[in-house]
Write a protein that binds this ligand. Structure first.
Ligand SMILES: [Zn+2]
Length: 339
């Protein structure tokens, strides 16, 4: 990426806490009204005037009802949950907020670089000014509901969206594909109003990057239940994924009776993933496979894998390392399926 960073500066990121549900609607309507008033081409695109559009928008944004446990509730704050217009409104609010924030920032904490994607911001700022900038950002929303949290670079690295930004010694910067440990698996909500080609672009790029990644700890979710398989490989993830798929396809076609399923529990399959397919007759979500962690050292990669397993998945590899002579009796422990 074409940016450089000085010695006295650091990368920092800010993100908004629950942007959609905290978006102040009245303020948004004011902001949008101003934008519409200044939109010289509006009358070429619609017969509605600014007042009409604002009235309709207000109606949509303030009449969200939902039922919960037999009772009907009205949403009284934030952008309407589930409405396609919410993402646009929240983004227009953020455009206003960032402009205000940068314009009014005290000189000693003014960011030198600022890039935002919806509710995530990447900045270059002077060392030791993070708190001051965060405090400043948190004063911009007049209703006080939009709050930012911050994260400074750690050892010259900072995650931003799905990249890891790394500063090199000469001040130049490189970008790697990366997924945060707390990743929610939501890149763009597919039902959101982003243009389709943009959604597909995100998916294609990610897919290619992920499949070509080597030295990875990865996760493959099951479609039939909420369990996931965790594994590690030194080779390209795409190659390993294909092998898993082939292995499990050999057991998939078997028609199961209760007795057969029970018998298959004691059968030795190639990995926990084929075991799971055989025992539960579940379909694996191959398209949903993802990278959890990366490490080029095989030993520490297995440690990273073993850290991930209790969190998300099932796998026999860890115990295979710890108990090299594991016999049949250990097998029920080894195939224990966890969340
Ligand atoms: Zn399952």
């Amino acid at each position: 990426m074409g940016i450089c960073i000085d010695d006295g500066d650091i990368f920092n990121s800010h993100d908004v806490v629950s942007l959609f549900t905290n978006t102040p609607i009245e303020k948004c309507l004011d902001i949008i009204k101003e934008r519409l008033k200044n939109d010289k081409t509006l009358k070429d695109r619609t017969k509605l005037n600014t007042e009409d559009i604002i009235e309709l928008l207000q109606f949509i944004l303030t009449t969200t009802y939902f039922s919960f446990r037999g009772q009907i509730f009205r949403q009284i704050f934030g952008a309407a949950i589930g409405s396609p217009v919410s993402a646009i409104v929240a983004n227009l609010f953020m455009e206003w907020l960032e402009k205000e924030a940068i314009m009014t920032a005290p000189l000693d904490c003014k960011p030198k670089y600022w890039r935002r994607y919806v509710d995530d911001v990447l900045e270059i700022i002077q060392k030791d000014t993070t708190l001051k900038l965060t405090e400043h950002l948190n004063t911009i929303d007049p209703t006080g509901s939009i709050k930012f949290t911050h994260e400074e670079e750690d050892q010259g690295k900072i995650p931003f969206l799905d990249t890891l930004i790394v500063r090199k010694e000469d001040g130049s910067v490189k970008m790697l594909v990366y997924r945060k440990k707390t990743h929610t698996d939501q890149y763009l909500n597919f039902k959101s109003q982003y243009p389709l080609h943009q959604k597909l672009g995100v998916i294609r790029t990610l897919k290619k990057n992920i499949l070509e990644t080597s030295d990875a700890v990865y996760k493959i979710p099951c479609k039939g239940c909420d369990k996931s398989y965790v594994g590690e490989t030194g080779r390209q993830f795409g190659v390993r994924l294909k092998e898993h798929r082939k292995d499990s396809e050999t057991v998939k076609d078997t028609k199961f009776t209760k007795a057969k399923r029970k018998a298959s529990t004691s059968e030795q399959h190639k990995s926990a993933i084929t075991d799971h397919v055989a025992q539960e007759n579940h379909v694996i979500n191959w398209e949903g496979a993802s990278i959890l962690d990366k490490d080029s050292n095989a030993v520490s990669r297995r440690i990273r894998e073993s850290i991930q397993i209790p969190k998300v998945g099932f796998h026999i590899l860890v115990i295979r390392i710890m108990l090299p002579a594991a016999g049949k009796n250990n097998r029920c422990n080894r195939t224990g399926l966890g969340r």
